[in-house]
Structures are given as structure tokens and as C-alpha cells.
Write a protein that binds this ligand. Structure first.
Ligand code: GLA
Length: 383
């Protein structure tokens, strides 16, 4: 049984009736463009096969009852007639609570419902389990109470606002846009300022290999928001709306006026924007060497300038790069401080690359890492 089939069957068991509707929303892997989204820059993610599924059925009252299949059917409930608060015992529910609040603020008249949520994206892996849950629940609420009102971009922005304003992680818009807009066989070049989303075909004959380091990261732990604040401070100091508006040359010219750490943070963002556009172009030309070089530079920049990698992740990336040789590349993906590493490799090299990682990398618990051979999938949809 697929995750969707299991979720629908479980819903009938728990609620005693079939759902009114169900939604799937994928996680994403970011090929390049890290910590550029909240700087109004460019990102190049792809939706993956791992996903969140939610099934909902209206209730006659104003109670929203959320059930998490992956947490032993844990329940978190709230009354729409009361102000919606966070649930410290069931923090997974805060993403959905936040979406409900944002929809109410948008004037959507929500009603009570039962919602079952399930997913197969490892949490803390940097593959956007939370964004996919927010997008799926946004579509489910929207599908029941405001059908046809929000397009994919609007749903993504609602999900992002929920995470920023309610959960307290001041994320950018990449994860939600990737989950909502994913296109099979394509990465998405997203301009996070104009919200233009352009599919970029994955180079023929390649595969995406994702390795979970086994180190899970806590996103609301301050590092993320602190990096964001540092980027915003540089933009303010240099009188531009966002780091997107600086060329590497302009940043260099201002170097002497900047705090050295803030300068390095900004240098990561400014150079990463340029690399992201380079990789999108390299994918279109099928230039796996240029792509691999840019991915390697991106990782080094995250390690040395933005300082969001960990020694174990650096070693894992080095193993992958070594196994790949020049044709393709590898880097850490996602917010950092753990999580997954992404590699783009020629299809006939996949086996050797996987074997190398299995032989050489151990998680902190001493086990073999979770390795996923992926391709780009379609974005969120009703089931
Ligand atoms: C997390 C955030 C995204 C983005 C990445 C880093 O996934 O949710 O908005 O900033 O980190 O690129």
C-alpha cells in the first residue's frame, strides 16, 4: 500500500467515515541556492517522492481535531471559536494551527474538521517535512472552506507565513514554493523576489542521490534566525532592500566598512545567487562539470563563510565528490547544522557512489546512512 492508501484507510478506521478530501504535498531537495530565498535571491530545488498526506472531513461543530499517524495517532485539538494557541505537547500541530490562523486572517470562514496527517519525510533531514505539512494542510483547509480561491503560489505563501509568524522559524519561501509547484522531471529555478518559478529539466541520464547524515537538525534553535538577521543587517547597512541587490564587486568594495563575520555571511549569499543561476544554465547545457564545480563551491561557501555545515557533513560531501569525480557534484542541502546531502550523478555511476558512501560513512549512532535515489516529482495535489 502507498502512503496515500494507508492514510485513507487509517482515516476511515479512526474517524468512522471516508474523508471529504485528501491532499499530498512533496518534500523538496535543494540542488543549489542555500539561504538565498529570504535574501530575495534565487534557488534551484526539486520536489521529491517523499511527502506529507492529509485527509480531512468536516465536523458539525467548530472543533479542529488533528491526528498524527506517525506519532502513534497523537491528537491535538482546538476550537475555532477561541483564539488558536500553540500546543507544546504536540509541536507538529503548530504548523497546521499556524495555517488556520493565517487563513482566518485572510478572511476564510473555517469550520470544524477531523484531519489525519501522515508522511514519510525524515524529520530534521533538511528535506522540508514541515513545509510539506503546511502546504498540504493549507490546501486541505482551502479545498473545504475556500475552494478555488488560492493558487499554488498563494498557498505556499500562506504556509510560509504560518511558519514564520506562528512557529517562529523565519524561513524564506523556497520550501513551500517547491512543494506547491514541483514539476516531474524538472528542478525549479525560483526568483524568490518576483516569485517567478521556471522549470529546468534535470539533465538526461542523471539521478539525484540524497544521503541523510543521520544528524537531525533543530531549525527553530536560533542559528537560522541569527543568520537571517545578520544578512538583513548587512543589506540595511549598505542601503539596499536585500542582499539580492548586491553584486560581488559592490560587496567587496564595502568590505572595510563591514564587520568581518557579517561580510562573510553576505559573501556566501551574494556568490550563491550567482552560482544558482550558473547551475541552472549548466543543467540546460548538460554541462555536468560546471555543475559539479559550482556545487563544490557552494558547499565550501556554506562551510567557510556561512558556517552552517558540520565536520561529519563535510566528510560525507568529500566522500561523494571523490566517488563522483568531475561529472556531477555534491553539497549539503537545506538549512544546515545536519540533515541531508544532495548529489547529482550520472545514472551509471549511482551504484558505485552509493556503495562508497555505505562503506565509508557512519551516522552518529554507528549505522549506515539512509540513501535515497530520487528524481524530480510533481508538486502538491488533491488525491
Ligand atoms: C530552510 C528554510 C528555507 C531556506 C533554507 C536554506 O529550509 O525553510 O526557507 O532558507 O533553509 O536555503
Amino acid at each position: 500500500m502507498t502512503l496515500a492508501e494507508r492514510t485513507l484507510a487509517r482515516f476511515a478506521d479512526l474517524v468512522g467515515a471516508a474523508p471529504d478530501l485528501a491532499v499530498r504535498a512533496p518534500g523538496r531537495v535543494n540542488l543549489i541556492g542555500e539561504h538565498t530565498d529570504y535574501n530575495d535571491g534565487f534557488v534551484l530545488p526539486a520536489a521529491i517522492g517523499l511527502q506529507s498526506v492529509v485527509a480531512v472531513r468536516r465536523r458539525p461543530d467548530s472543533i479542529v481535531r488533528l491526528i498524527a499517524a506517525d506519532f502513534g495517532d497523537a491528537v491535538s485539538a482546538f476550537d475555532l471559536a477561541q483564539p488558536i494557541a500553540r500546543d507544546a505537547n504536540q509541536p507538529w500541530s503548530d504548523y497546521i494551527r499556524g495555517v488556520a490562523i493565517v487563513l482566518q486572517a485572510e478572511g476564510v470562514e473555517l469550520g470544524g474538521l477531523d484531519m489525519l496527517v501522515a508522511g514519510d519525510i525524515p524529520q530534521g533531514s533538511g528535506l522540508s517535512s514541515s513545509a510539506s505539512l503546511s502546504v498540504a494542510s493549507g490546501m486541505a483547509f482551502g479545498g473545504l472552506f475556500a475552494p478555488g480561491r488560492f493558487d499554488a503560489t498563494e498557498i505556499a505563501l500562506i504556509a510560509q507565513r504560518a511558519e514564520c509568524d506562528f512557529v517562529g522559524m523565519r524561513c524564506g519561501n523556497m520550501d513551500q514554493l517547491a512543494s506547491a509547484h514541483g514539476a516531474a522531471g524538472n528542478a525549479l529555478l525560483i526568483d524568490c523576489r518576483s516569485l517567478d518559478v521556471r522549470p529546468v529539466a534535470m539533465p538526461p541520464g542523471t539521478a539525484v542521490v540524497i544521503v541523510h547524515s543521520g544528524i537531525s537538525r533543530g531549525l527553530v534553535d536560533g542559528h537560522y534566525n541569527e543568520r537571517r538577521a545578520s544578512c538583513e543587517a548587512v543589506a540595511r547597512q549598505l542601503g539596499v532592500p536585500a542582499l539580492r541587490d548586491l553584486t560581488p564587486g559592490q560587496l567587496e568594495a564595502a568590505r572595510a566598512d563591514l564587520d568581518p563575520v557579517a561580510y562573510r555571511r553576505a559573501r556566501h549569499v551574494v556568490t550563491e545567487n550567482a552560482r544558482t543561476l550558473d547551475v541552472a544554465a549548466a543543467m540546460e547545457w548538460g554541462d555536468l562539470i560546471a555543475l559539479g564545480n559550482a556545487m563544490a563551491e557552494s558547499h565550501a561557501s556554506m562551510r567557510d563563510d556561512f558556517e552552517i555545515t558540520l565536520p561529519a557533513i563535510d566528510r560525507l560531501v568529500a566522500e561523494l565528490q571523490d566517488a563522483i569525480g568531475g561529472h556531477g557534484g555534491a553539497r549539503m542541502t537545506g538549512g544546515g547544522f545536519g540533515g541531508a546531502v544532495v548529489a547529482l550523478v550520472e545514472a551509471d555511476a549511482v551504484e558505485a557512489v552509493v556503495a562508497r558512501v555505505e562503506a565509508r560513512y557512519r551516522t552518529p549512532e554507528g549505522g549506515k546512512p539512509l540513501i535515497m535515489v530520487e528524481r524530480a516529482h510533481a508538486g502538491a495535489s488533491f488525491l
